[in-house]
Design a protein around this ligand. Structure first.
Ligand SMILES: [Zn+2]
Length: 134
């Protein structure tokens, strides 16, 4: 994998319009440049936006840790289910959904929800019942 070439850009913050300088890959669309400018701006809206974006990225990482490629042997569920969970995080982040619970095979539940503070919780609930019948 080669290193992506970067260069200095100047673009207005998408919230306050202040011109911001930042390093990024060579070719940027206008919207992309304004978003990156916001990521490097310190106005209140930009800070809030960064916080929200980090939340979403952390939630996506948590999905990967609990169910995806970072979950490890025996815990990893199939990619289609991970995709559904990732899609749920995005939908919760944009406000379309409040909570999603999936019942997976093998007594595992996946739950994604947003609390009152706006944080996104990703939970793995294992209900492994052991029953012996004589
Ligand atoms: Zn700004």
């Amino acid at each position: 994998m080669g290193k992506v070439k970067e260069s200095m850009h100047t673009a207005p913050c998408m919230f306050c319009g202040q011109m911001v300088q930042f390093m990024a890959k060579d070719l940027l669309g206008e919207e992309e440049a304004q978003e990156l400018a916001a990521m490097h701006c310190s106005c209140a809206e930009a800070l809030e936006y960064k916080k929200e974006k980090n939340r979403k990225e952390n939630a996506l990482k948590n999905v990967s840790k609990l169910f995806g490629e970072d979950a490890g042997e025996g815990k990893r569920v199939n990619d289609e289910i991970v995709e559904i969970l990732m899609a749920a995080v995005k939908e919760i982040y944009t406000g379309g959904l409040a909570k999603v619970t999936l019942n997976l095979r093998g007594g595992v539940k996946a739950s994604i929800s947003q609390n009152a503070k706006g944080e996104i919780n990703v939970e793995r609930i294992e209900t492994r019942k052991q029953k012996l019948t004589e």
